[in-house]
Design a protein around this ligand. Structure first.
Ligand code: NAD
Length: 284
């Protein structure tokens, strides 16, 4: 079997075309969706992510701003900017690009964002709402993964899903969304004893670790849907995921590539959340 490629660029473009129409309709009524991105420090990868987000806003008829600070900026200056953006009616979403420099307490910074503008969905209120299955901003990466299943018609009800990685921004919300969708979910992490045994049972396998080649074809159940969230940079500068793509695609039924899989969908769902926030603000 050679797996069908789940193309995040193509699906992202399809969804963004619809967002653009909604954004234009909203702008015609006087509200242009607005996203503000805060970047602290000079991490090269973070700069690329921020640039991609800002470009995506421009292509989708959103207003966007970036606020870039040196790594030694006072924490209070960043908190003051967040307070200013919380009160700014042009801004419907505020995103603080992670990771922050070590001296920052990321939790304190994220909690400073007004819940109504927390389009990354990282605040405790949003996490609680997600667990309870209440309306909330769904964290963009797992939200994008769910769109792959929806678009490709991959069933989740009653399926065995294995999520490798338990971070607050990917693994945990991913597990929650799959559980809400009716899958039986196992979460594996750095202390898991027999990763291969768990992965081999998975109809749906999500890798969100950050380790090149962690998941090989031999660890995949024939016919599984494999979603590779990992982004790793090789010595030659190329990007790859956590899944050994060549061996995995011979076993899986569906697979996401890196790059061009989950990455573009994360940005797409950031636009979705910002648009939703703007629509809520316009109808309030
Ligand atoms: P993280 O470092 O916060 O979490 C990694 C998780 O992997 C941890 O829960 C840890 O327990 C687990 N882990 C570590 N070693 C393991 C092992 N040997 N076996 C099983 N589990 C192990 O990372 P994160 O923020 O969740 O990101 C994970 C990866 O996804 C990274 O490569 C990151 O760059 C990427 N990422 C991609 C996107 C995207 O849009 N494509 C978005 C966010 C993160």
């Amino acid at each position: 079997m050679t797996a069908k490629i789940l193309d995040g660029k193509a699906l992202g473009q399809k969804l963004r075309a619809g967002f653009r129409q909604r954004a234009e309709a909203l702008a015609a009524q006087g509200t242009r969706p607005g996203l503000s991105v805060i970047l602290v420090g000079d991490d090269a990868a973070s700069r690329v992510y921020v640039r991609n987000k800002v470009n995506a806003c421009a292509q989708t008829c959103f207003h966007s701003e970036q606020h870039i600070y040196p790594a030694d900026v006072e924490v209070s200056a960043v908190l003051a900017k967040i307070a200013e953006l919380n009160a700014d009616p042009k801004i419907h979403g505020i995103l603080v690009q992670l990771p922050l420099p070590r001296r920052f307490d990321a939790g304190t910074v994220l909690e400073a964002i007004a819940p109504a503008k927390d389009v990354d969905g990282f605040r405790a209120e949003n996490v609680g709402a997600l667990i309870q299955g209440q309306p909330c901003f769904i964290p963009c990466t797992p939200y994008g993964v769910m769109k792959f299943f929806e678009d490709a018609g991959i069933p989740l009800k009653g399926q065995e899903a294995v999520v490798v990685g338990r971070s607050n921004i990917v693994g945990k919300p991913m597990a929650m969304l799959l559980m809400h969708a009716g899958a039986t979910v196992t979460v594996c992490h750095s202390q898991t004893r027999d990763l291969q045994a768990h992965c081999r049972r998975a109809d749906i396998l999500i890798a969100a670790v950050g380790k090149t080649g962690l998941i090989t074809g031999a660890m995949i159940k024939p016919g599984a849907a494999v979603i590779d969230v990992g982004i790793n940079r090789l010595a030659d500068g190329k990007l790859c995921g956590d899944v050994d793509f060549a061996s995995a695609r011979e076993v899986a039924a569906f697979i996401t590539p890196v790059p061009g899989g989950v990455g573009p969908m994360t940005i797409t769902m950031l636009l979705a959340n910002t648009l939703e926030s703007a629509e809520r603000a316009a109808s309030a």
